[in-house]
Design a protein around this ligand. Structure first.
Ligand SMILES: CC(C)(COP(=O)(O)OP(=O)(O)OC[C@H]1O[C@@H](n2cnc3c(N)ncnc32)[C@H](O)[C@@H]1OP(=O)(O)O)[C@@H](O)C(=O)NCCC(=O)NCCS
Length: 138
């Protein structure tokens, strides 16, 4: 338990060191993955508010190399496209969710387990599914 808490703190430190802005009282599962890619050291691609819980196996992604305009280029040589992700305060993200590049999640939001989130999720809602849709207002 003590070791688990240590790993959690270490990962928070690591993510902040890598330029992710993380507010106060956040709990990020050590089994979650936050994408640390950024075009340069001055840019912040992922902002997380206060009191945010990110559950196990969740993945938050800010970059991709799909670039469908250049199918002739091998995947690993295509240009990286960055799109920032913003997560408001008082947000709970359920287990095994994927938050895709360019997404904004509002304040006071619950994202259901196993969702795929893309686009804008407004304040004060529960959203779930793939793609995630508002299922309830809070
Ligand atoms: C999103 C959540 C909070 C909603 O709970 P709830 O308010 O009790 O919602 P309900 O069970 O009343 O479901 C409402 C509707 O949303 C659907 N729904 C609920 N959770 C869903 C999910 N994760 N994905 C897709 N649809 C979901 C239900 O099937 C239901 O649909 P219907 O109206 O067509 O029957 C809950 O289902 C959830 O996913 N919790 C996260 C659990 C988790 O990841 N814990 C992490 C532990 S480490």
């Amino acid at each position: 338990m003590l070791f688990y808490k240590f790993i959690k703190k270490l990962k928070l430190f690591y993510y902040r060191h890598k330029g992710i802005k993380i507010g106060k009282d956040c709990e990020i599962s050590p089994q979650a993955y936050l994408d640390c890619h950024r075009p340069n050291k001055r840019t912040t691609m992922l902002r997380i508010g206060n009191n945010v819980r990110i559950s196990r196996w969740t993945m938050i992604v800010v970059a991709d190399t799909v670039d469908l305009d250049h199918p002739e280029i091998p995947w690993n040589k295509r240009k990286i496209k960055y799109s920032p992700v913003v997560i408001g305060s008082n947000v709970f993200i359920g287990a095994q969710t994927v938050v895709l590049p360019g997404t904004t999640i509002g304040e006071n939001v619950v994202i259901g387990a196993n969702s795929v989130v893309k686009g804008v999720i407004p304040d004060n809602v529960v959203a779930a599914g793939s793609p995630a849709r508002v299922i309830k207002k809070i």
